[in-house]
Every structure is written in structure tokens, then in C-alpha cells.
Design a protein around this ligand. Structure first.
Ligand code: ADP
Ligand code: MG
Length: 569
């Protein structure tokens, strides 16, 4: 007798279900996708006990005929593709024909459905995948599916469920994401009768986002609309002030399917590099549209990860589109009474330059955006007027009074100049009258060796001088007055303390950042008006002048309007 046996149907069903249905939110996701595929305009989701006791999804989609409703519960039964050739072109969210079968195998499931135009509907009840009852029933057009006692016959899976609150959190996130991906569908989620989330379904992406994130966040979003050859990108990204400690506010979609993507997440991170403090993640809702043949959604059981045919290009495209959108803005934080920490909470409208603002943009009052749009570069730099506390520069700008942090401002400008090799005289190598020898230990010497190019680019001249030692012949002019030996030792310690940068570029950035910080004027340095003006000029030549490279602001603005308002003018 052989040891191998074919498993019985019920066991096969439970194993297959385990792959697709991990927890209540998996059920919600699959039912939502089916409703969307069925052309629904409204979808209501009601859950009890975080979905562990019951999940009901009702839609007004095309519904099912009696025979189809029965077939729908079979594995590999689908109306969406006919053979493998259809796979690559599938535009529907589902196509494997296994979700309903999987859910049915591990729950008590009820379908009430009526096909569009049919005289009556049917009600079908199943338990553990076996149909227990099937009869004609009065029902509105569309489909309602209720799933009770999830995992009743898979006790192990049931034991791994988290608290109802946690499961509900996942469900709310899931519904929110589909609601954003499909703004023309009205979604409503309720828990034990209490509405948690509702979108209007009027087709406006911004409205859908505001319904979920709230009007305060909405006000800090900037539209993205970037057509391209390979793909096009739309959505909203946050001003650098709207960040979270995790990536939970970053939602990515490909062809209206929510996905996780390290490629896109990295592109976002790169676009915001130096604009947000490290460890903070800006909110971003990004929808990619592309030929389905260029993306494989069939690589993950729940299709939540995809594979792009040309990852590199998608990465470049997204990162570039975001950089450009951010570069167009004046991101100077405002000191005005209506901005700052507490933004007004009512009446968010889409930014006026976005197609979403639609026909009624002119009727709506101008949105109270806390930050003016403006060309970041190419405007006249503000005039330095005074220094206070030996730390801040007061400058008169077109828009009002700027308070500039002399250190971060100078640091940012130096950083960019060192990186781009445009620091000119400042970073010119200045030969030392008396070269000195830097004696290091093996670990330090190897760190220095890896960063030699970056140091040379920044104006140092260092030459190997026996084992683990270097002869320092020249230092950057800007640092000529500092104790260059301890500066180099500090730089080496800094290199050793962080995780080793992966690329030459990252290494250059690390060195540039260190030197900029050391080379910049400090808080406490008294400056002349000329020196202040030079700092401002350097800063305003940059597109990325709003924060230092660590993400701290370089300047804040007290606007002309705010001054007038405060003095009752
Ligand atoms: P898939 O979505 O991959 O086709 P499912 O198991 O999720 O597989 O669903 C099986 C079939 O049942 C679908 O192809 C569709 O024809 C039908 N169906 C499921 N849910 C609905 C619904 N809400 N409205 C109309 N038809 C549905
Ligand atoms: Mg499906």
C-alpha cells in the first residue's frame, strides 16, 4: 500500500481557504471585490464583533441567476475569465474563482441575490461548503452575502484571531482603500449598527479621501496628475508636515486594486528625502494606471502584492512625479493664526488647480490652504534686516516677514552646494602650510578608505601614509579655521556609528551632510547683514530650501495678511 493518498474534497477546501482567507478582513476584501466586479454603485458592509461573528456585504450590482449562485460556491468557478489567455488582460479584481468557495468552506454562508431584470431572486444557505437550502426569495436587484461563524471548523485559525477591535481596524482600512480606489461607488461600513465610514460615491477622489482622512488632512494634500507612456499616476500626496510614524498612511493602487509595493514605497521615500525627518512617513494616496499586461497580479494568494514588468521605470516615474509636485510648492511653514497646529476643520475643497475640483470650483469659496502655492525658485530672495538672539535672521519677503534659522538655512545651502560641487571657493582645497598625519586604527582606516572619494570631492586632500595612516595635505577653505584633525576623526566616527551607506551616492551625502553641519554658521554666531544676505541667497537658489537635510525647517513665515489682520488694518 503506498503512503500517498489524494485528500478528500472537504480537506482540500479547507487548505485552499487557508491561503486566501486568513482573517475576517480577507472575507471583506473578497466580497467587496466581487461587488465591485459586479458593477455595484453602492456597497454596504456591516460587521459584528470585528467580523468574527458576522460579515454582511450588500451591493446593487448585476446579481446572479439561480444556477450561477449555485456554481459560484464551487472552486474554480468564475464568470470573469474563460482560459489562461484571458489572465493577462483581466481587468476585473477577481478571476481565480476560488474566493466564495474558500469562504463557504469555513463558515456558514448565505447568499440572497437577484439578477438585474429577473422577476425574483434566490436565497441560498451553505455550511462548511455544502448547500443546505436553496429557494426562491423576494430580493432587490443585486447581491447580499452574509458570512457567519468564520473558521467554525478550523479551530487553529480561530485561535489566531486578534481582538475584535484589531480585526475591525483591518476591516476599516480595507474598506477605506477600496472606497478611495473607487470613488464612484458609495461605500458604507458599520459595526454593530454604528456607521464607521461612508463615502458619497460621486466620483470625486478628493472627496473620498477627505471622507476617510478628514478635512484637516485634506487641506494638506497636493494633487498628483502625471500622464506617462508606461503608466500614469494620479492621487494626492501630503505636504511634508503631514506625516505618520509608520507607512500606514501610504496607500498604493494599481489599476484600482490596493497593493503593497516596496518599489513605490521606496520611490515615495526618495521623493521626500531630506524633506521629512527620518522615521516619518508622509501620507500618500497614489493610483497607477497601466496596461494589465505590464503587471502581474497573480503572484500572491490575496493579490495584495504585484510584480511590475519594469520595476526600475515605475520607480523613476513615481519618484520624479512626486519630486516635481513638491518642487512647485512654497513649503515655508506659516505662523498665521489659522495655520500651525490647529487648522480649521470645515469645508475642505479640492485644491483649485485639480481636475477633481470640477465644475463647481468657482462657486465654492477659495479653499483656505494654509500654504501659498508659488514657484519655489526664481523669485526674489527676501532681504535680511536684522539678527535676533544671534540665532535667527529676520528678513523681509514679498509675502511677509521671514524668520530664518541661520544654522539650518546655511547648512542646507552648504549641503546642496557640496553635493553638487557648486560650493565654489568655500569647498576649494586649501593647502595646509604644515600637512599633518592622521593615525587611525584599522577599523577607522577602512571607514575612511571607503569615503575617500567623497572627502576629495568635498575639498580634502588625503593620501595613504603607511599602514592605517593618512597624510592630510589640504582641507576645504570653509573649514580652514577649524581643528581639521578632530573634524576628520568626528567624521570617521559618524561614518562608523551609522549603518554603512550602501551606495557611493549615500556616502557622499553622508560626508556632505557632516561637513555642511560643521561648516555652517552656528547659533550664537553674530552675523553682518552681508553675511545674512549671503546665507539667504544661497538658500533661495535651491528648490529644496524649506528644510535642512535632516528635515528641520529653515524658515517660517508671518504673512503680510496676518500682520494686517493682527493690527486691524
Ligand atoms: P472570482 O471573483 O474570482 O470570479 P469568486 O469565488 O469570488 O471568484 O466568485 C465566483 C463568481 O460568483 C464570480 O465570478 C461572479 O460571477 C459571481 N459573484 C460573486 N459575487 C458576486 C456579486 N456580489 N454579484 C454578482 N456576482 C457575483
Ligand atoms: Mg472574487
Amino acid at each position: 500500500m503506498g503512503r500517498i493518498a489524494i485528500l478528500d474534497e472537504a480537506t482540500i477546501g479547507q487548505i485552499a481557504a487557508g491561503e486566501v482567507i486568513e482573517r475576517p478582513v480577507s472575507v471583506v476584501k473578497e466580497l467587496l471585490e466581487n461587488s465591485i466586479d459586479a458593477g455595484a454603485r453602492r456597497i454596504t458592509i456591516s460587521v459584528e464583533e470585528g467580523g468574527c461573528r458576522a460579515i454582511t456585504v450588500v451591493d446593487d450590482g448585476e446579481g446572479m441567476e439561480r444556477d450561477d449562485a449555485v456554481l459560484a460556491l464551487q472552486r474554480h468557478a468564475t464568470s470573469k475569465i474563460r482560459d489562461a489567455r484571458d489572465l493577462a488582460a483581466a481587468r476585473t479584481l477577481g478571476f481565480r474563482g476560488e474566493a466564495l468557495a474558500s469562504i463557504a468552506a469555513i463558515s456558514a454562508l448565505e447568499i440572497i441575490t437577484r439578477a438585474r431584470g429577473a422577476v425574483s431572486g434566490v436565497r441560498l444557505a451553505a455550511r462548511g461548503g455544502t448547500i443546505a437550502d436553496l429557494q426562491e426569495a423576494g430580493a432587490p436587484e443585486g447581491t447580499g452575502i452574509t458570512v457567519r461563524h468564520l473558521f467554525f471548523n478550523t479551530p487553529v485559525r480561530r485561535r489566531y484571531l486578534k481582538s475584535p477591535a484589531t480585526e475591525l481596524g483591518h476591516i476599516a482600512d480595507c474598506v477605506a482603500q477600496y472606497a478611495v480606489a473607487h470613488p464612484s461607488i458609495g461605500f458604507r461600513l458599520s459595526h454593530s449598527g454604528e456607521t464607521l465610514l461612508a463615502t458619497a460615491g460621486q466620483g470625486n477622489l478628493f472627496d473620498a479621501i477627505v471622507a476617510i482622512l478628514g478635512a484637516d488632512s485634506g487641506r494638506q494634500l497636493i494633487p498628483i496628475d502625471q500622464p506617462g507612456e508606461l503608466c500614469s499616476l494620479s492621487g494626492y500626496i501630503a505636504r511634508p508636515t503631514l506625516t505618520r510614524g509608520t507607512r500606514s498612511g501610504q496607500w498604493f493602487f494599481v489599476n484600482a486594486r490596493p497593493i503593497r509595493s516596496r518599489v513605490i514605497a521606496h520611490a515615495v521615500e526618495q521623493a521626500y528625502h531630506t524633506l521629512v525627518p527620518s522615521g516619518r512617513h508622509p501620507i500618500a494616496v497614489l493610483l497607477l494606471t497601466m496596461d494589465p499586461a505590464l503587471v502581474d497580479v497573480n503572484v500572491h494568494p490575496s493579490k495584495s502584492e504585484v510584480r511590475f514588468l519594469s520595476e526600475g521605470e515605475v520607480h523613476r516615474f513615481v519618484s520624479h512625479a512626486l519630486r516635481e509636485a513638491l518642487g512647485r510648492l512654497d513649503l515655508t511653514p506659516r505662523l498665521d493664526a489659522h495655520s500651525g497646529g490647529s487648522l480649521p476643520s470645515a469645508g475642505a475643497s479640492p485644491p483649485p488647480d485639480h481636475p477633481d475640483s470640477g465644475h463647481d470650483a468657482s462657486e465654492a469659496p477659495a479653499p483656505a490652504l494654509p500654504f501659498p502655492e508659488g514657484n519655489a525658485c526664481g523669485r526674489t530672495p527676501p532681504q535680511a534686516r536684522a539678527q535676533i538672539h544671534d540665532t535667527y535672521i529676520l528678513a523681509e519677503g514679498e509675502d511677509g516677514l521671514l524668520i530664518i534659522d541661520q544654522h539650518t538655512a546655511h547648512e542646507r545651502a552648504l549641503f546642496e552646494q557640496i553635493l553638487s560641487g557648486t560650493a565654489g571657493d568655500l569647498m576649494r582645497p586649501l593647502p595646509l602650510a604644515v600637512p599633518f598625519v592622521l593615525n587611525l586604527d584599522t577599523r577607522q582606516a577602512s571607514a575612511l578608505r571607503d569615503s575617500l572619494d567623497a572627502l576629495h570631492a568635498a575639498g580634502f586632500s588625503l593620501h595613504p601614509f603607511g599602514r592605517d595612516a593618512y597624510l592630510v595635505r589640504a582641507v576645504p577653505a570653509a573649514l580652514a579655521d577649524t581643528d581639521c584633525e578632530s573634524l576628520l576623526r568626528d567624521a570617521i566616527e559618524e561614518i562608523l556609528s551609522g549603518s554603512a551607506p550602501r551606495s557611493i551616492e549615500a556616502r557622499r551625502e553622508q560626508i556632505a551632510s557632516f561637513l555642511a553641519c560643521r561648516g555652517a554658521v552656528k547659533s550664537g554666531d553674530r552675523l553682518t547683514l552681508q553675511e545674512m544676505q549671503a546665507i539667504i541667497r544661497g538658500l533661495y537658489a535651491l528648490p529644496s530650501r524649506f528644510t535642512c537635510q535632516h528635515g528641520r525647517p529653515t524658515a517660517i513665515l508671518l504673512s503680510r495678511e496676518e500682520l494686517a489682520r493682527r493690527f486691524n488694518r
